[in-house]
Design a protein around this ligand. Structure first.
Ligand code: ARG
Length: 458
């Protein structure tokens, strides 16, 4: 049997090699719910506009819902001759309803149909991602309370820099994830535009009501140009960009916690349920989930590249190339959803190794900046204080001591006016953390404010 798209202009069937080459049902079957939802809205509109009768609409609607059930129960066999999900559903409708089924495709083309299906699918996907991002934010937020008072070294250039509250770290991730969520909200506005009724490329002479279908499908607006409608995949590219940045954020976090879970760092213990063992080294507990999270970001970024390359150089309007948008789009969503679903329990279930952290907090001269700032508060210019503290650190390093262990003579060696007893009061990790007072800092007061603000927000 020849497919729905082969009109009387063809005298024979499609070549089998082309059928295999051209099919998309193997991946676009995932759109069946969106396709049926779009078709029901379209048919309802056709009935309201008296293009089909109310009885015809009722038949179409109930048959489409039956087809949906059948697909869910795997009772419809997908065949490459029917190319894609649109034709499978329409063919099933025609098989059941004959001529009434043949009316559904009035004032519609697969070009606006696929654009509609995809937008509905992406909209749901973005909502799902947003929910998972909020879950992950909440996981970090509850860590803030769980790890209250724990101090970690903050790093710049991967070198120990200044002491910070662990909660300040968790808040940093909450901020990143919030930006991801705001990008999702922004992207969603442009996804949520209705293409249906754009038809193939020029619109239609049939008296359709595009506003009505848009409203039925929950779209915020009707796309205004039928040529643009069938070619536009910006929403796909944009959403995969948003996903790429999320994957990049997750990858950075994963890398950090992989390092932190090493014996060398000894900062964090990952939940064993999310680690794997080694087949040859019985002592190993490997952070595979985090490694895969880091690795899978490559796929998502690759998918973005694929989509950009796909639309680059396409003339208006619909071109069949666009069928290739689905595998990278689906894969980007699947991958990021999977990563987020695992990130949440890992963040919840990991345990900071507070003993091994605090035992080595006095390594790395984390309180040097606090000492410098104490000197500045007493009137020393920053550059001078910076230089003098540097000299003190050099002496301490040579004596294998921490700054607080330096003698009064050591302080005076660097500057005869230095009072060791006085300056020592500004040293030590706790004091350094307590001294931060700027907005955005790791000062306990600011951190507490942030935690309670996020608690209200999340
Ligand atoms: N399977 C097609 C796609 O994904 C649907 C649109 C086909 N349109 C057409 N004129 N052949 O792009």
């Amino acid at each position: 049997m020849s497919s729905l798209s082969r009109s009387g202009v063809f005298s024979g069937d499609m070549d089998q090699a082309l059928a295999r080459f051209s099919e998309s049902i193997s991946f676009d079957h995932r759109l069946f719910k969106q396709d049926i939802r779009g078709s029901i809205a379209h048919a309802r509109m056709l009935a309201q506009q008296r293009i089909i009768t109310d009885e015809e609409f009722s038949l179409i609607e109930s048959e489409l819902l039956k087809i949906q059930d059948k697909i869910e129960r795997n009772e419809i066999t997908f065949r490459i001759e029917l190319e894609d999900i649109h034709m499978h559903i329409e063919q099933a409708l025609i098989d059941a309803l004959g001529d009434v089924g043949r009316k559904l495709h009035t004032a519609r083309s697969r070009n606006d149909q696929i654009a509609t299906d995809l937008r509905l699918w992406v909209r749901d996907g973005l909502d799902m991602i947003d929910k998972l991002l909020a879950d992950l934010q909440r996981a970090f937020l509850s860590r803030c309370e769980q790890d209250a008072g724990v101090i970690l070294p903050a790093y710049t250039h991967m070198q120990r820099a200044q002491p910070v509250l662990a909660a300040h770290y968790w808040l940093a991730y909450i901020e990143k994830l919030q930006r991801d969520r705001s990008r999702i909200a922004d992207c969603r506005r442009r996804v949520n535009i209705c293409p249906l009724g754009g038809a193939a490329v020029a619109g239609t002479s049939m008296p359709i009501d595009r506003q009505m279908t848009a409203e039925l499908l929950g779209f915020e607006a009707v796309a205004a140009n039928s040529i643009d409608i069938s070619s536009d995949r910006d929403f796909a590219v944009e959403s995969v960009f948003v996903l790429s940045l999320i994957a990049t954020h997750l990858s950075g976090w994963a890398e950090e916690w992989i390092l932190w879970s090493t014996t060398e760092f000894g900062f964090i213990k990952l939940p064993q349920a999310f680690c794997t063992g080694s087949s040859i080294m019985p002592q190993k507990v490997n952070p595979d989930t985090l490694e895969l999270t880091r690795g899978k970001s490559a796929r998502v970024i690759g998918n973005l590249q694929t989509l950009l390359t796909l639309i680059k150089g396409l003339p208006l309007a619909y071109n069949r190339d666009l069928q290739e948008d689905k595998p990278p789009l689906f894969d980007a969503f699947d991958t990021v959803i999977a990563c987020l679903e695992l990130a949440v329990p890992i963040v919840q279930g990991s345990v900071l190794q507070t003993e091994s952290i605090s035992r080595r907090l006095d390594q790395g001269y984390l309180d040097a900046t606090a000492l410098m700032e104490a000197m500045m508060l007493r009137g020393l210019p920053q550059r001078t204080a910076h230089h003098k503290v540097g000299a003190l650190v050099a002496i301490a390093k040579e004596q294998k001591k921490s700054l607080v262990e330096l003698s009064n003579e050591d302080f005076q060696k660097v500057d005869p006016s230095f009072d060791g007893d006085l300056l020592r009061k500004n040293l030590g990790i706790q004091g350094a953390v307590a001294s931060y007072r700027s907005y955005g800092s790791s000062g306990p007061e600011h951190v507490a404010q942030q935690v309670s603000a996020w608690k209200k927000k999340l």
